[in-house]
Every structure is written in C-alpha cells, then in structure tokens.
Design a protein around this ligand. Structure first.
Ligand code: IMP
Length: 432
C-alpha cells in the first residue's frame, strides 16, 4: 500500500490541514515530518447540528482529529514539549482523544536557549531579518546539523541529557553573553525544564520508522504531511528567506524514514491566490486595495503569530516549480471562493527580469528579487460558489480560472476548495 505526501506549493498557509483532514478517514497514519510549532493548521469540522468546530493546531498532525487514524510526529520534526502538552490538553478538554499519538525517539527537542537565540538573532539582523516565527526552529535545526542537538530519547536519561545540555551550552552561553549581552542559561534549570513532561511523554515515544514500515507492509495507508511549503524549503525555497527544514516531498523520506520507493502520490496544496508571511521576495505581491481585499476576504492573518499575511495574485511559475521539485500528482486548489466579486483576475505565467522573459523560476536569487510578473487576465465572477459541490455547478468563469491554473501548473487540479468547512469542496478526481 502506498505512502502519500502532502506539501504546500507556495509559501505556506495553503490549507494543507484541510486537505489532510479531507483524506483523514481514508488513511491509517498521518505523519508530520518536518518543522515544529512554526506551522499553523486551521481545521473546521461541521457538526451534526449544523454548527462547526474550529481547531488551530501548530505541532500536532491534523490527523489527531480523525479517531480512526494514528497521528505521528516523525524524526524530522523539532518538538517544543511544552507546546505539545498545551495542545494535547486543549484537545482533551474539548473531548478529542489524543492517546493514539506517536512521537519519534529521534525527533529533536526545542530548548529554551534556542527560542532565545531565534529572537535575539532576528533583532541583531535588523533589516536583514528573516521574519521567523520566533519559536526556536532555526537554532534547533542548526544544533541538529552541528551534532549538538537534544533528542526526545535523551529526555529519558538525565545523566546523558545533562551532558548534552552542558555540551550545547559551552558555545551558546558564550554567544548569548558576549554577542547578545544576555544571561548565560543555567544547565540544571534547562535540564529541569526539558524533563518537566518527560514522564507524560514516555508512553507516546517509539521507533516511528519501524512503526510506519510495518504499517506499509500490512497494506495500511500512510499520509506524510509537510509543514510550511515548497518555497520555504531550506534547499528549494527562496533562500535565505526560508524555514530551516525540508518541506518538499524529498523531506518526507528523510523526516519519516519511509523510502522513496514506497511513495506513489504527491498532493500539493495551492491557494487560488498567493500569500506569504515574513520577509523575502514575492513577485505577484499586491500593495493596493486588491491586496487588502484578498487579506480580508481570505482572513489572511497568521494562525501562529497573528501577523497579517502578504497577499498577491496566483503565480503559475511557482506552482509549475512546485510540481517539478515535488513530483506532484494532484493539486488541491484552495480558497477559490475568496476571489468571488473581483472583476478581473490576473494570473502570472512568466516573469520579466530586466527585459528578459523567464518561463521558469530564475536560478539566481537576485533575479527573483526583481522579477516582474507577466500576467494573463481572466474574467471574475460574482455568484456565491460556497455551496458548489460539482465542477459543473461553478460559474463558467470560475471553471475557466481552474482550468487555466491547471494548464499552467503542470499537474491536474483534483480538488477545489470553496469554503472553510471539510465538506466545502468540489472533487474533480478522487484523491484516493
Ligand atoms: P521559522 O520557520 O520560524 O524559522 O521562520 C522562517 C520563515 O518561514 C519565516 O518567513 C516564517 O514566516 C516562515 N514560516 C514558518 N512557518 C510557516 C508557516 O507555517 N506558514 C507560513 N510561513 C511560515
């Protein structure tokens, strides 16, 4: 049985949580394989009485909301243990059973000194800042690569943990005190903070690579859910304005221990327009009332930090690139309903870089920084599409918009989102 990967096609916040949730009842395992609590999934689930429940998740895989599925935090994730238990407690208080959760013993843990370093580094960078979420993600991945990271399994041996914290702080205390003028973190206090939830964490921890390999051998379906998105990937994104993990389909393998030969479907989620939080280039960004329209109609304010998102038109150079680097088999186009009421819909099909047309992503970062979109203009629609469930129900101009986006994006658009609730979707090709 296959493993399926879900990735974001743009700069994040495309609605991956909803797509994962959509598939939730058909999959046995949902695995988060990269990132940490820098992510934010909002999932809205319609209730039998017609009301709806909204869940904002940062660290837990959205599969936690589907009782039949086992949510897994893979080895590629960086875990803030306090946040993990805040989310677990929040869901338990709302009657959601979280006991099925599995956490990789090899996942790295975010220590308080790395949260501090994330924030002070950003301040230090000033105008060169990345606009991180301040959750300690970058410094924790840096520690992993520098081989001074703390892993989940270290929390079950105080002696080893203390030695590792001591080792990590040897250099970091110098940086914090001498470069940033902060107090040196105390080893014992850090160890105590890290151990605060260790006993509660223990029952969730296992060898998730073995668990998932055996699940696939039993013909069970494993869904690998990316945090962030293609253009925030540390290798394939708009470096250095990226996150510090592998958010593309390749990262699903290293971040979970599932080999590439077992993955046979890659679903990319793309918003019907484009958004970005934080700094960095964004060719179709709008600084006028159309941008405000998208921000307000699409509620484009960060789930994690509350920051207003930068908004712009749909960009097929980016979705084509995402199709290529991820090997996308299906796109899910989300939030088409947000575009309702706009008279004309520009869609970028290429860039003009200093008078030269680029049909594909420019390889040079400075070219991307001053790429000007070359638009084609499509007519909009005014009809409310939130109740549409069949492609044929959509107004002709909305159908044409989807078909145009598909033709220029390099993979079929299988599902179109027309509203926030789980059932508000037009399915053109069943995802499974
Ligand atoms: P970090 O992941 O906190 O290090 O932030 C690095 C960059 O990734 C910043 O531009 C963040 O705004 C962006 N980022 C991180 N997580 C998300 C996400 O879930 N959605 C959108 N942007 C994100």
């Amino acid at each position: 049985m296959p493993a399926i990967v879900i990735v974001g096609a743009q700069w994040g916040d495309e609605g991956k949580g909803k797509a994962t949730d959509h598939l939730g009842s058909q999959v046995d395992y949902v695995v988060k394989f990269n990132g940490g609590n820098n992510a934010g999934h909002t999932v809205v689930i319609g209730q039998e009485d017609g009301s709806s429940e909204k869940y904002a998740l940062h660290l837990l895989p959205s599969g936690i909301l589907t009782p039949s599925c086992t949510p897994v935090i893979g080895n590629g994730v960086v875990v803030d243990i306090d946040v993990l238990f805040e989310e677990i407690e929040g869901l338990e208080a709302r009657g959601i059973d979280t006991s099925r959760l599995k956490v990789s013993a090899n996942a790295h843990v975010i220590a308080d000194y790395n949260r501090t370093l994330d924030k002070v580094t950003e301040r230090f960078l000033g105008s060169r800042r990345i606009g991180t979420t301040g959750r300690g993600i970058g410094p924790t991945y840096a520690d992993k690569m520098n081989r001074i990271g703390i892993r989940v399994q270290d929390l079950f041996d105080e002696k080893i943990l203390t030695a590792k914290v001591e080792g990590a702080l040897e250099l970091k205390s110098q940086i914090l005190t001498k470069v940033y003028n902060r107090r040196a973190p105390d080893v014992q206090q850090t160890v105590e903070e890290l151990l605060a939830h260790a006993d509660r964490l223990a029952p969730y921890v296992c060898d998730t690579t073995l668990l998932l390999g055996q699940a696939l051998d039993r013909d069970e379906v494993v869904l690998l859910e990316a945090g962030q998105a293609t253009l925030l990937d540390v290798d394939h994104g708009t470096y250095p304005f990226v996150t510090s993990s592998s958010a593309t389909a390749g990262g699903a393998c290293t971040g979970s221990g599932i080999p590439p030969t077992r993955i046979d479907q890659v679903i990319a989620i793309a918003k019907a327009y484009t958004t970005r939080v934080g700094e960095g280039p964004f060719p179709t960004e709008l600084h006028d009332e159309s941008g405000d329209f998208l921000r307000n109609a699409g509620h484009e304010f960060g789930t994690t930090t509350g920051r207003p998102r930068r908004c712009g038109w749909f960009d097929t150079v980016i979705t084509r690139y995402a199709a290529r680097v991820n090997g996308v088999t299906d796109f899910v186009l989300t939030k088409l309903d947000t575009l309702t009421g706009l008279e004309q819909l520009p869609v970028a099909v290429a860039y003009d870089v200093d008078g030269v047309r680029h049909d594909e992503m420019p390889v040079n970062q400075s070219d991307f920084h001053h790429a000007k979109p070359i638009f084609e203009y499509l007519p909009g629609w005014t009809e409310d599409i939130s109740g549409c469930r069949d492609f044929a129900d959509l107004p002709k101009n909305a159908q044409d918009y989807v078909t145009f986006a598909e033709e220029h994006s390099g993979a079929r658009i299988s599902v179109v989102g027309v509203g926030p609730a789980r059932e508000q979707a037009v399915v053109r090709h069943a995802l499974r």
